[in-house]
Design a protein around this ligand. Sequence first.
Ligand code: DP6
Length: 391
Amino acid sequence: MDRRLYCCTRTQQITKKQNEVSIFVKDDHSFMLVEEFIPNIPSKKIDAGSVGFTSPSNIALVKYWGKKPHQIPSNPSISFTLNNCKTETVLQFSPNTTDGFSFEVYLDEKKQPDFRPKIEHFFQRIFPYAPFLKYYHFDIKTSNTFPHSSGIASSASGMSALAMCIVALEEQLYSGLDANYLKRKASFLARLGSGSACRSIEGGLVVWGEHKTILGSSDLEGVPYPFEVHDVFKNYQDAILLVDKGEKQVSSTVGHNLMHNHPYAPSRFEQAHRHLDQLIPILKSGDLEEFISIIEKEALTLHAMMMSSDPYFILMKPNTLEIINLLWTYRKRTKIPVCFTLDAGANVHVLYPKKHAIEVELFVKNKLSAYCQNNQYILDNVGEGAERIKI
Ligand code: DP6
């Protein structure tokens, strides 16, 4: 038996309540409880204190789109961890005087009651793995380095920063937890908050979702990409063009669910596996032509899935297409290996090697920014992952 998982059949004693929060139903209808991440009784008593972390956003190369219960992805994905688009979170804890979860959330020092349901849901999901959450009242003080209304998903950076803080509290309560365990657990918890968040803990390239060729890949947590990576990808650049800064038209959870019974879902999931396989030699050799072909296919397939679901959505805006066309013309003319990728929205991520940063950034500034809301864009690059804030 895989030591990381505790599997048991339906006949064993598992209460309905546990089933709701902590047990995965595997394809073979057995239950799966991730025993490794369930702590015992704390070895220390701490009344109050605070911990803080910054954690970045990430941009997927092979996209996660479609999930099963308990935040299990329908296909594996891989992303670059970013550097400049970050959430900073400080978790202040003091004794809890209630029976339930007790917390307040602040964004830029202002109370945010709107964030409460998401955090409450997150706490419920991770409670079996962090029972100490009920010992404390938390003040969760958070801010983003990017504008809140930029259309950049803050869930990956926000949930990963919060997961790091919770694991840092666990580290204070239990002795002998090693750094690798803590990072893995943070990714595991972050996934339960928002799937893509599990790819923001580690830096560089991170894989999430089981893939036959990628040893150690897991549906439960993000893992650093384990194979050789060409130098060109170590400091890849991402200019994020803010085409539409408005509220998301469709939440990612609703979007993922549209992949259930989607007529093209099986071939899409199979394509994601194939793209990851194809990326392995490309990431090693630095073959940018092949890289571009996979990255752009992934972005367009993601949107093709949304356009062909029921109900259907078009999340690109006219300016998204203008930018893509201008970028293709520029690439053809200059032979600079620049490409685009998209998230579940209208913004365009322009990806390029560091050695072309000066020319590409001039092109972004002089040409593409005209198609952005208020000419806004953010220059980012591959980063190191979550980091502790010294308090
Ligand atoms: C299009 O991680 O935001 O950005 O698990 O429901 O929180 P939830 O979804 P989320 O989905 C991100 C989807 C994507 C592609 C990707 O990042 O892989």
